[in-house]
Design a protein around this ligand. Structure first.
Ligand SMILES: [Zn+2]
Ligand SMILES: [Zn+2]
Ligand SMILES: [Zn+2]
Length: 149
């Protein structure tokens, strides 16, 4: 499936699903399309509300779910709860620092190695992109192991 890149294509996709395109939903879709990288439901809500006071959070959350249903977004569980990616940008394994929130990702090679390892060990096919791996980043480790002066 070709990547969907314009607001119009997205709105068409939602219309095919019989969804009424309210001005609110248009504003939410436009804001999502402007977002790069991780799309936090709370951030989208704040940004949409700053342009259109009165849009409630549940409308934003429902729109995100719909966009996932039609294949435009997918979610991953990060340190602060679920966030969304454009589907074509979602294939990465998150490494999230539980201390400072720094967000890193495994290289594709490392993710493949880990997937193969789990499959070989347990006959289990992991979806490593769905949940972040939580831990401590290099910087926070060096802070916590530094001996007091
Ligand atoms: Zn990500
Ligand atoms: Zn999930
Ligand atoms: Zn850290």
């Amino acid at each position: 499936m070709a990547a969907i890149t314009t607001d119009t294509e997205i709105l068409d996709r939602l219309k095919e699903r019989g969804l009424r395109m309210t001005p609110q939903r248009r504003a939410i879709v436009a804001e999502i399309m402007r977002s790069k990288g991780h799309i936090s439901p709370a951030d989208i809500t704040h940004r949409v509300q700053s342009q259109m006071p009165g849009v409630n959070a549940s409308t934003v959350y429902r729109t995100l779910t719909l966009l996932e249903d039609v294949g435009i977004l997918s979610h991953a569980h990060l340190e602060d709860g679920p966030e969304y990616h454009r589907s074509e940008e979602a294939e990465h394994v998150h490494l999230i620092c539980a201390h400072c929130g720094r967000d890193d990702a495994l290289t594709d090679d490392a993710a493949d190695t880990l997937t193969t390892f789990i499959r070989t060990q347990r006959g289990f096919e992991p979806d490593l992109t769905h949940f972040a791996i939580s831990g401590l980043c290099a910087r926070c480790q060096s802070k916590s192991t530094r001996s007091p002066a």
